[in-house]
Design a binder for this molecule. Structure first.
Ligand code: NDP
Ligand code: HEM
Length: 504
């Protein structure tokens, strides 16, 4: 807290307050008079201090800083903030856990949000990613249900391993993300010690209108550090805010955290021929096929002076994309373009873009949107409030047009056609990337959590681990006291047969 000297106390309307310790009463012992406007204003405002917390990612920390370009990417994108080596753009970043409430523990096993707002000369560009390169589901219709299972049981209001594993075991495409979540990467040591990924495929296009599919990887320069289950459980009890404080303290003492931005870039032709659908967010693009290219660095060097003003009120949207960058047809990403703005309007009101942390500070808004609750600027003054007009109002700029793209096909509700194998990459991670210790921790973390679910759910989920890798499934089965032969039998069934075989 700052110890700067302030001027006299006033009401919210600037009227001097003479006494802030004793309410105005009739006689020494009361009752209190309704004409104590200061008291009424103070109590009334206090009653309205809480705003809805984010429906997901409610607990988090944020900081300001800059992004600096370190490689020439102009052949891939015309985004102005990426146009020159050495160019710096101001950013605000927010890191978060997902399922817990605003007061929940930072050491929870959960993905971590990794959201960045770039204040560019073409308006605000948001990248709203996670610390995992994949996700649990690949169709947005499943998102609200999935999140319900990660939150509280409707009857007990407690976290519920049955809900958690029931949904995941009925959603086999989740296996890759589940494997990452239950590895020690599911409990990063701090926000500074984790990577950030777009997870989704985005589109970059250049000034010739040629386009490329891309994935963003923000690699931590502090090194990846994780907590073991035992360390995470202890920290959750003893220091539930450890990661929020860690970020603040590091920046306060000048130990500025940074991340190197590496890109994976693919041509449309490569995407056509690739062995799986590159829009499927449950899969990574293997580095062997698409090596990353270092293109920039993000440094966080400014703590917010007020948490509510900057961090709580910050609002990121995957739909905020500057010219040179566009969304891909990924169904999840398409739905997120709707969901975030809608959530912000609910949480912060229709003029949330005027809150300083969200305002496009390097490209002031010149739109025809007017009025609404909490409009706090001049509201367009006396200028025209419609388009087209011949009174000098702002005109659309054809340079900002996104290149056209082909769409075809029958409108239908179609699952991902090329994603018939959901188990390969989870298996690769287990076999080829993890070492013995990482595998042991993964299996132990799963057993500790899955043991709380009903046996039929354990059987169904363990069969999915077995399908990723027999050793993986076998070790989980052993730890849960399940019959490995039965797991193997279930693993060899189709998902429909497996679900039938593990009904009540
Ligand atoms: P590589 O060996 O080239 O890359 C493996 C990656 O795995 C590294 O980036 C490493 O991150 C990361 N990693 C290490 N441990 C874990 C863990 N417990 N959870 C998540 N990631 C971890 O292999 P491939 O590119 O062929 O991918 C093999 C598997 O690695 C994938 O199936 C996927 O599960 C995982 N992976 C792949 C990524 C990609 O974009 N290709 C990105 C992240 C993970 P670090 O550099 O920090 O050590
Ligand atoms: C926050 C919806 C998938 C990353 C949110 C919020 C909503 C939401 C409504 C709260 C926004 C707010 O009030 O500020 C969805 C939907 C998804 C989805 C509908 C799928 C269809 C994802 C994925 C990622 C992600 C795949 C990562 C790649 C984040 C992050 C935040 C967030 C980082 C917090 C942003 C912040 O710090 O304010 N999501 N989400 N979400 N989501 Fe998602």
């Amino acid at each position: 807290m700052s110890d700067e000297k302030t001027s006299s106390l006033t009401t919210a309307f600037g009227i001097p307050v003479g006494d802030d310790q004793n309410s105005l009463t009739a006689g020494e012992r009361g009752p209190v008079l309704i004409q104590d406007v200061h008291l009424l204003e103070k109590l009334g405002h206090f009653n309205r201090e809480r705003i809805p917390e984010r429906v997901v990612h409610a607990k988090g920390a944020g900081a300001g800083g800059y992004f600096e370009v370190t490689a020439d990417v102009t052949k891939y994108t015309k985004a102005k903030f990426l146009s020159e080596i050495g160019k710096r753009t101001e950013v605000f970043a927010r890191f978060s856990t997902v399922g817990g409430e605003k007061g929940s523990a930072d050491a929870a096993r959960d993905p971590r949000g990794f959201a960045i707002k770039f204040y560019t000369e073409d308006g605000n560009h948001d990248l709203t990613g996670n610390n995992t390169p994949v996700f649990f589901i690949r169709d947005p219709l499943k998102f609200p249900d999935f999140i319900h299972t990660q939150k509280r049981n409707p009857a007990t209001n407690c976290k519920d391993p049955n809900m958690f594993w029931d949904f995941l075991s009925l959603t086999p495409e989740s296996i890759h993300q589940v494997t990452i979540l239950f590895s020690d990467r599911g409990t990063p040591a701090t926000f500074r010690n984790m990577n950030g990924y777009s997870s989704h495929t985005y589109k970059w296009y250049n000034d010739k209108g040629e386009y490329f599919w891309v994935q963003y990887h923000f690699k931590t320069d502090q090194g990846t550090k994780t907590l073991t289950r035992e360390e995470a459980e202890k920290l959750s009890g003893t220091d539930p805010d450890h990661a929020v404080r860690d970020l603040y303290d590091a920046i306060e003492k000048g130990d500025y955290p940074s991340w190197t931005l590496e890109m994976q870039i693919m041509t449309p032709e490569q995407a056509e021929e690739y062995r799986f659908d590159i829009l499927d967010i449950t899969k990574v693009w293997p580095h062997g096929d698409f090596p990353t290219i270092k293109i920039g660095k993000m440094v966080l060097n400014r703590n917010p002076t007020n948490y509510f003003a900057e961090v709580e009120q910050s609002a990121f949207s995957p739909g905020n994309l500057v010219p040179g960058i566009d969304i891909s047809p990924d169904k999840m990403l398409q739905a997120r373009v709707f969901s975030y703005h809608d959530s912000h309007v609910h949480r912060l009101g229709p003029n949330y873009h005027q809150i300083p942390v969200n305002a496009p500070k390097n490209a002031p808004e010149t739109s025809y949107q007017r009025d609404g609750f909490m409009r706090i600027d001049a509201n367009g003054g006396s200028g025209p409030n419609y388009w087209p007009n011949s009174f000098g109002g702002p005109a659309p700029d054809p340079d900002a047009l996104k290149p056209p793209f082909e769409v075809s096909g029958k409108a239908d509700r179609t699952p991902y056609v090329h994603s018939n194998d959901d188990f390969v990459q989870a298996g690769n991670l287990y076999r080829d990337v993890m070492d013995d210790q990482a595998r042991e921790n993964l299996v132990g973390n799963i057993i500790s959590h899955l043991s709380g679910a009903q046996k039929r759910i354990q059987l169904r989920q363990t069969a999915l681990f077995f399908k990723a890798d027999p050793d993986y499934g076998g070790r989980v089965a052993d730890g849960l006291g399940l019959d490995v032969k039965e797991i193997e039998r279930l693993a060899n069934m189709t998902q429909t047969e497996r679900v039938k075989a593990t009904e009540k």
